[in-house]
Design a protein around this ligand. Structure first.
Ligand code: UD1
Ligand code: CA
Length: 457
């Protein structure tokens, strides 16, 4: 029998002061619990059980189909939480990793090492420990004078002397499954918090003369449990550093890592450069040789190769190879740009398709439009797509030239190679190759300023 994992995730996370279950709070764009699931999966566990309770439905939905769910109706403590996995694991044999949903920075290599050392030592329980700068709030690992683990004491139950111990319980363990659930049934709630502590198992095993071991993690940040939003921000900073480092090692230049905010799911190609004050979020893919930022936010979008985007916001859009976006452009959901397109300053595009080689260089709004290839959209052009009730489509054929300050009142179609005169309000379709112009004839009043001046005198 191999390795299984239980992830404790039933707690409310009272100290978060939130409606959302703690383990669903996001770190670099992903819920905490999903990092723990990934670490378990990368360790090669055969079976994962997630204990849910507070916000059970939402947590179960998040963790998905690949794991099994056990429900802890009342959150009576970590031992009680683990007991809920009994029916799914009892009689299985093998080893069990116990993880907490609120320890998202844990790495698979550490879990593998924990399982390996546990097996090597022939222990019934091995606890993962660390030495943080400040151990306040954590359970302390009490050892005898030969360094053997005796028990774990929670902060609230610790004597003054025990509180001085710097080594803490990370809440991560490896257990032999055989006998574990029987032992858990003997844990009682006689402690300061009136809870069933999983940590009591350690002292109990030692008392029975069974072998308990500990593995110490060098870097306390990796196993930090998150209980409040201050700790969450620290974890986010740490994770962000790790993500940016992975990207740099894969060939992406990140000019200033501390001011670059990239979510876990983001992919970026080689020789892409990311300038400061840039946020790249969700399932975003960026190609090779791009220049992104400064001051850019890209969310849930696909960006081709050789694209330049500066001081722009791009959400749920796709941008083809060699496009030049910004400064100060806003690509809203449903924007699909072909290749080699220029979207310049103060341009907003929404739910529109634009063909290869077209240009929208300045001060335009393009919404609900299908624009062909090599179209030039003059400065100040506006698609009037909304009549107060419905949204309407604007179609512009290949090679069309839209004069500056044109209003295109949708629904309207401009044929291939057609022109609109600058300043026109176009309400009727323009056939291919034609010119549409809508403009009152210009009047010139000679010496108007002179006459005005003389009148005043
Ligand atoms: C726990 C440990 C402590 C350790 C610390 C590390 C115990 C008694 N204490 O304390 O020694 O230093 O973690 O971070 O185990 N949970 C449930 N059901 C419950 C209670 C908790 O599923 O009834 C889950 C929580 O959702 C959380 C995890 O167990 O993911 C840990 O619970 P928490 O209340 O945060 O324990 P700590 O007080 O931090
Ligand atoms: Ca905790």
């Amino acid at each position: 029998m191999g390795l299984a994992a239980v992830i404790l995730a039933a707690g409310k996370g009272t100290r978060m002061k939130s409606k959302l279950p703690k383990v669903l709070h996001k770190i670099c764009g992903r819920p905490m619990v999903s990092y723990v699931l990934d670490a378990a999966a990368s360790t090669g566990v055969e079976k994962t059980v997630v204990i849910v309770g507070y916000g059970a439905e939402a947590v179960a939905r998040e963790v998905g189909e690949a794991v099994e769910i056990a429900y802890q109706a009342e959150q009576l403590g970590t031992a009680h939480a683990l007991m809920q996995a009994g029916p799914l694991l009892k009689g299985r044999g093998g080893r069990l990793l116990v993880l907490c949903g609120d320890t998202p920075l844990i790495e698979a290599t550490t879990l593998s090492e924990l399982a390996r050392r546990h097996a090597e030592a022939g222990a019934v329980a091995t606890v993962l420990t660390t030495m943080p700068k400040d151990p306040t709030g954590y359970g302390r690992v009490i050892r005898d004078n030969q360094g053997r683990v005796l028990k774990i004491v929670e902060e609230k139950d610790a004597s003054r002397e025990e509180k001085r111990v710097g080594e803490i319980n990370t809440g991560i363990y490896c257990f032999e499954v055989s006998g574990l659930f029987e032992a858990l049934e003997q844990v009682g709630p006689a402690n300061a918090q009136g809870e069933y502590y999983l940590t009591d198992i350690i002292g109990k095993y030692v008392y029975e003369g069974r072998r308990v071991d500990a593995v110490t993690v060098e870097n306390p940040a990796e196993v930090a449990g998150i209980n409040d939003r201050v700790q969450m921000a620290a974890a986010e900073r740490y994770m962000r550093g790790r993500i940016v480092e992975d990207l740099m090692r894969a060939g992406v230049t990140v000019v200033d890592p501390p001011s670059t905010f990239i979510d876990k799911q983001v992919r970026a190609g080689k020789d892409t450069t990311i300038y400061p004050f840039t946020f790249i979020e969700g399932d975003t893919v960026i190609g090779e040789d791009c220049i992104i930022g400064p001051g850019t936010r890209i969310a849930r979008s696909v960006i081709g190769a050789g694209v330049h985007i500066q001081n722009a916001v791009v959400t749920e859009s796709s941008v083809g190879d060699r496009c030049m976006i910004g400064p100060f452009a806003y690509l809203r959901p449903g924007t699909k740009l072909g290749k080699g397109i220029k979207v310049g300053d103060f341009v907003e595009i929404k739910n529109s398709q634009i063909g290869d080689g077209s240009k929208v260089p300045h001060l335009s709004y393009v919404g609900d439009a299908i624009v062909g290839e090599k179209v030039n959209i003059g400065c100040g052009t506006i698609t009037c797509n909304y009549d107060g009730r419905d949204k309407w489509l604007t179609c512009i054929g290949d090679g069309a030239f839209i004069g500056s300050n044109t209003n295109l009142v949708a629904p309207v179609e401009i044929g291939a190679g057609a022109y609109t005169g600058a300043g026109s309000t176009i309400t009727k379709d323009i056939p291919a190759g034609a010119l549409g112009v809508e403009r009152a004839g210009q009047r010139v009043v000679p010496d108007w300023s002179g006459k005005k001046k003389r009148k005043k005198d």
